[in-house]
Design a protein. Structure first.
Length: 134
């Protein structure tokens, strides 16, 4: 009986350790940033980028959001639009979407955002020269 309990305990412990390793081993998330203005009828977005992840998964698609990273990405994209495109960034709303588990998931979310903004009558433009090293 003790042997059976010991084996079951070891099996349960191994199952727990093995199931948590993939979540802990992931250290790369995928992200993108949008800027949009209904007044200017324009929207700009970045390509999908990678960033380091130090948090847990909140579901099968996303990691817990890193607010500091989100602000850093939004601020950098705002500076990029202000300096490279010389636009009044006060007319734009900026939003960074971070923490996607895979590039495919991020690309799907990016396309959903693009479709939604196009349906609102905004012209969409990719700013492929933007990059950020968080």
């Amino acid at each position: 009986m003790k042997s059976l309990l010991l084996r079951l305990s070891i099996l349960a412990m191994l199952t727990f350790v093995i199931s948590t390793v993939p979540a802990g081993a992931e250290n790369k998330g995928y992200a993108f940033v949008f800027a949009y203005s209904h007044k200017m009828k324009a929207a700009y977005h970045t390509p999908v980028m990678t960033h380091p992840v130090n948090s847990k998964l909140i579901n099968e698609k996303e990691y817990v959001a890193d607010i500091k990273l989100i602000r850093q990405m939004e601020d950098a994209f705002e500076r990029h639009i202000r300096t490279k495109l010389q636009l009044n960034t006060a007319l734009f709303s900026f939003t960074a979407r971070t923490g996607f588990k895979s590039e495919a998931i991020a690309l799907g979310q990016l396309e959903n955002e693009r479709t939604g903004l196009r349906m609102q009558g905004l012209d969409m433009q990719l700013l492929s020269d933007f990059s950020l090293k968080p």
